[in-house]
Design a binder for this molecule. Structure first.
Ligand SMILES: Cc1cc2nc3c(=O)[nH]c(=O)nc-3n(C[C@H](O)[C@H](O)[C@H](O)COP(=O)(O)OP(=O)(O)OC[C@H]3O[C@@H](n4cnc5c(N)ncnc54)[C@H](O)[C@@H]3O)c2cc1C
Ligand code: SF4
Length: 483
């Protein structure tokens, strides 16, 4: 198949019809047929200097794939129908392509060279098809570890960072135990990202494989409460904290402790627990309620989609920033992310169900309106954003713009605290890179970077594994020299 970027249009994974999918919590994106995926892969120009796999930061922005996936290479293999070859190439850099192929925001596509003049290659859709096909064909099997090093490692936290670190270290022959405070492993893959984006059986399937390969997972144990860091240090040769950054920011306005004001993470977790057969506490049920989601990010969008499925009367999402443009902004030249307005799954669903985009921009929440301690509304004002030549933004409140929205349920999704404070509470002091102030204790993932992306968590897991492996090597050498 020739390079067909001139005559084949970009297309991504098909999505289930909105009217149908809002009736359940199953994944909204489905499989693309093999022939279409081959055509999409053939759009890759195989350009001389690809940026799609660079994976670095320019300022706050990710350029290309943080785990340096060999994208042009697997594109070529797919065009030749060498699906197994593509699968093996993919697994060289990505421990969990079935997660990223579903929920990665695909910074690779923003940096695709074809994207300079045309729509970029549908990299994420191709990635998901390669791995889904590999599972269907039975190519994904436990990889037994034949030689053990005798070294033991505890990984605290079983999100993508902890799982990736455990996978890498286990394959190197070390004995790894994951310690997780929740009742089921997976971190935000399990209790955070809704099933509509990432089916929990997809997460369980990977965790089962890791266990079959020898990783031990112990749940319902909270480090700092049930076991001390010191006890872990004594029991294991190295300890990695991949505990995430899940402490949410609170509103800090009058009335934010009223009944009916809930944190987005508690709400999403309760909905996921309901999928597992637990009953949904009424405070997390949006049925027939006017729902306000405060926070314009992805967590807010996941709340919108969940509230729609619960049968909310109305859903409005407040954002602090103005609406993005439809075209790449001049201050976001390639290979930066274009940061354009997109209609994500949740917004498409809101348009279908309520005939309205839920997003409301440049809103400041002033106070929660309550009657007898229960929320009935929220008072807001409109803002204007002014950016100075240095790129610094200031928000001004518009005069006479006070408005009160009716609300029965307010979901707070305004971001997450930095992780340092939570780590310090259990006695872990982050220093440089993956090292902490304590010799054999390391930190990775959101616990190190702050709330980020799955693909970054996987990279962190892989990198901390390298650091820990080198550390264990040094320990071995020191032991030999002293004996
Ligand atoms: C609602 C939501 C939606 C998101 N959607 C996306 C998306 O679509 N795409 C994307 O790329 N990213 C998304 N993210 C971000 C992504 O999920 C995170 O960046 C990623 O999961 C971080 O991985 P991690 O392993 O560092 O931490 P986490 O996934 O947060 O896992 C940390 C684990 O550590 C455990 N833990 C914490 N403290 C202790 C302790 N003391 N003892 C034992 N265990 C402990 C926690 O229970 C948890 O299981 C989303 C985040 C949220 C909140
Ligand atoms: S992991 Fe994300 S950034 Fe990397 S190739 Fe896949 S979709 Fe692109």
């Amino acid at each position: 198949m020739k390079h067909n970027f001139l005559n084949i249009a970009r297309s991504t994974l098909p999505e289930r019809l909105v009217d149908e999918r809002v009736k359940d919590y199953e994944e909204y994106a489905t499989r693309m047929d093999d022939e279409s995926v081959k055509q999409q892969a053939a759009r890759c120009m195989d350009c001389g200097t690809p940026f799609c796999h660079v994976g670095d930061m320019i300022g706050q922005e990710t350029i290309g794939c943080p785990i340096h996936n060999y994208i042009p290479e697997w594109n070529k293999l797919v065009t030749k129908s060498d699906w197994m070859g593509a699968y093996h190439r993919l697994m060289e850099t990505n421990n969990f392509p079935e997660f990223t192929g579903r929920v990665c925001p695909a910074p690779c596509e923003g940096s695709c060279t074809l994207g300079i003049s045309e729509d970029p290659v549908a990299i994420k859709s191709i990635e998901r098809t390669i791995i889904d096909r590999a599972f269907e064909e039975g190519w994904v099997k436990p990889r037994p570890v034949h030689r053990r090093s005798g070294m033991t490692i505890a990984v605290v936290g079983s999100g993508p960072a902890g799982l990736a670190a455990a996978d890498q270290l286990n394959q190197l022959g070390h004995s790894v135990t994951i310690i997780e405070k929740a009742d089921e492993p997976g971190g935000l893959l399990m209790y955070g990202i809704p099933n509509m984006k990432l089916d929990k059986d997809v997460v369980r399937r990977r965790i089962r494989l890791l266990e079959q390969e020898g990783i031990v997972i112990r749940t319902n144990i909270e480090v700092g409460t049930d076991v001390t860091v010191e006890a872990l240090r004594n029991q294991y040769d190295a300890v990695i904290f991949a505990t995430g950054a899940q402490k949410q920011r609170t509103l800090g306005i009058d009335g934010d402790d009223a009944r009916g004001v809930e944190m987005a993470m508690d709400y999403l977790t309760a909905s996921m627990r309901e999928r597992k057969g637990e009953s949904l506490p009424s405070m997390y049920d949006a049925k027939d309620k006017n729902v306000i989601v405060i926070g314009g990010g992805d967590t807010g969008a996941d709340c919108v989609a969940t509230a729609i499925r619960q049968g909310a009367k109305s859903v409005v999402q407040f954002g602090k920033h103005p609406s993005k443009g439809l075209l790449r902004a001049p201050e976001k030249p390639w290979p930066l992310q274009p940061d354009t307005l997109t209609t994500d799954y949740a917004y498409a669903e809101s348009l279908a169900v309520y005939e309205k985009d839920p997003r409301t921009y440049l809103i400041r929440s002033n106070q929660i309106v309550t009657i007898e301690g229960r929320v009935t509304g929220i008072e807001t004002e409109r803002m204007t954003k002014v950016v100075n030549p240095d790129g610094q933004a200031t928000f001004f409140v518009e005069e006479d713009s006070i408005e009160t929205y009716p609300a029965d349920l307010i979901l707070v999704a305004i971001g997450f605290e930095r992780p340092e404070h939570e780590l310090r509470k259990i006695g872990v002091e982050k220093t440089t890179d993956f090292q902490t102030a304590t010799e054999n204790v390391f930190v990775a993932g959101d616990a190190k970077r702050g709330q980020s992306l799955i693909v970054w968590a996987i990279r962190e897991g892989r990198e901390v594994a390298e650091v820990v492996d080198a550390y264990l090597d040094t320990c071995k050498t020191e032991l030999k020299t002293s004996s």
